[in-house]
Design a protein around this ligand. Structure first.
Ligand SMILES: N[C@@H](CCC(=O)N[C@@H](CS)C(=O)NCC(=O)O)C(=O)O
Length: 198
């Protein structure tokens, strides 16, 4: 089984950490989406990473579908069984991923558009959403114990992505979010190695 990924991708980081934690063996395949490689396009028409490719060639995407897959096939469950806790985990993952969507929109706007076509209002709007999301987390920071779930993986990816692409812009006034990031690294060093990096 393969997971097509890139080291900076927060969603790739989330699923690779979750698969490692759940004891699901996989081969990591470094993938440059901008080149539309046939292995990616052939298994995911959207041409996005992460994409998991089963041994029989079936492509599984997007990252949330891959997380559900890992939960079903891993040796350890990555979502709580209790319905209320499960809903909490799902919301936490949606928020972590959703903030990443906004941050990625900012990065792509700056990176992919010609300078004179960059839309500052669009960037501001995406940043406002990110700020609201981060403040929401800061006000009610999820606990980080030994047993972790999909929501924790999403937050570990989000904070890794923030540290990578937005250093100095998110930490001030958010000691709990920063603390989560630090504690995750200390508690799970083998997973920390899979967090977003250049
Ligand atoms: N909702 C998707 C988002 C995946 C995504 O946007 N991945 C980015 C990399 S972090 C990507 O593949 N971008 C290339 C593209 O959109 O063409 C998921 O959760 O997997």
């Amino acid at each position: 089984m393969k997971i097509l990924y890139s080291p900076a991708s927060p969603y790739s980081s989330k699923v690779r950490m979750a698969a490692a934690y759940a004891g699901l063996a996989y081969e990591s395949v470094l993938t440059d989406t901008s080149k539309n490689p046939p292995e990616l396009i052939g298994s995911n028409p959207l041409g996005k990473i992460p994409t998991l490719i089963e041994d029989d060639g079936r492509g599984v995407f997007d990252s949330r579908a891959i997380m559900q897959y890992i939960d079903r096939y891993g040796t350890k469950r990555i979502y709580p069984r209790n319905p209320g806790k499960r809903t909490d985990a799902d919301i936490m993952e949606a928020l972590g991923d959703g903030i990443c969507d906004c941050l990625l929109a900012i990065v792509y706007e700056r990176r992919l558009r010609p300078e004179d076509k960059i839309h500052p209002d669009w960037i501001d709007r995406q940043w406002e959403k990110s700020v609201r999301g981060m403040d929401h987390l800061e006000a009610d920071m999820p606990r980080l114990g030994k047993v972790i779930h999909g929501g924790h993986f999403a937050l570990a990816s989000l904070t890794g992505y923030l540290a990578l692409r937005f250093p100095g812009q998110w930490e001030r006034g958010r000691p709990k979010l920063k603390g989560f990031s630090r504690k995750f690294a200390a508690n799970f060093p083998e997973l920390d190695a899979l967090r977003p990096k250049a």
